[in-house]
Design a protein around this ligand. Structure first.
Ligand code: ITT
Length: 188
């Protein structure tokens, strides 16, 4: 039997979808997946990149969709890798990042969730502060083995509650508040 979804997540990244699905399930939103690598514009603004990805995704699938653009911003590297996080992970990876850092290890993850349908285009931004660990700890995906969220001693890879405190959780929570309200108003 085919399942029917309220909303679709468009991304090339299975990890992002899996986390988004768990988070939105907890708000009662049933999230489907279109696995597709959307073209990314060159921009220093995550929001601009996310909005463009969302518009393109809606034009392609003609269904209510969300996309997400993330960046890891490291203070002592003036915000690098920021909007280039995906490319930097694929090239120098966590080892390369660790080699670049000295004392100041402050960093933050930012998530932008962009929604698009035939009437609306909306974006929601959230961040989580933290530090970059001295070595890789745990077996998570992406930068999880080197990112320690504020008030924790463990990396994202080592904690069990990442999905209730991450940048993704916070941005999706803002999105859900808006989206569920929109559905309610449409029903009246
Ligand atoms: P899209 O197809 O959705 O664009 P992507 O992997 O290219 O997938 P981004 O452009 O948003 O996604 O890249 C951000 C990169 O930052 C991503 O590839 C990961 O390496 C990393 N990243 C983002 N969120 C993360 C998280 O929660 N934990 C670990 N790494 C994360």
């Amino acid at each position: 039997m085919r399942q029917s979804f309220d909303l679709f997540f468009v991304s090339s990244n299975n990890h992002k979808y899996k986390e988004a699905k768990i988070i939105l399930d907890s708000f009662g939103i049933n999230l489907g997946f279109f696995k597709y690598e959307l073209e990314e514009i060159q921009s220093s603004s995550l929001k601009e990149i996310a909005i463009k990805k969302a518009t393109n995704a809606f034009q392609k699938y003609k269904k209510p969709i969300i996309v997400e653009d993330d960046g890891l911003f490291i203070n002592s590297l003036s915000g690098f890798p920021g909007p280039y996080s995906s490319y930097v992970f694929k090239t120098i990876g966590n080892k390369g990042i660790l080699n670049l850092l000295k004392q100041n290890r402050q960093a933050k993850f930012i998530s932008i969730i962009s929604y698009c349908d035939d009437k609306n285009s909306k974006s929601f931004e959230a961040q989580i502060d933290g530090v970059i660990s001295k070595k890789q700890n745990g077996k998570g995906w992406g930068y999880d083995p080197i990112f320690i969220p504020k008030n924790s001693k463990k990396t994202f890879s080592e904690i069990s509650d990442k999905n209730s405190l991450s940048h993704r959780f916070k941005a999706l929570k803002k999105f859900s508040n808006w989206y569920l309200h929109k559905l309610e108003s449409n029903d009246q």
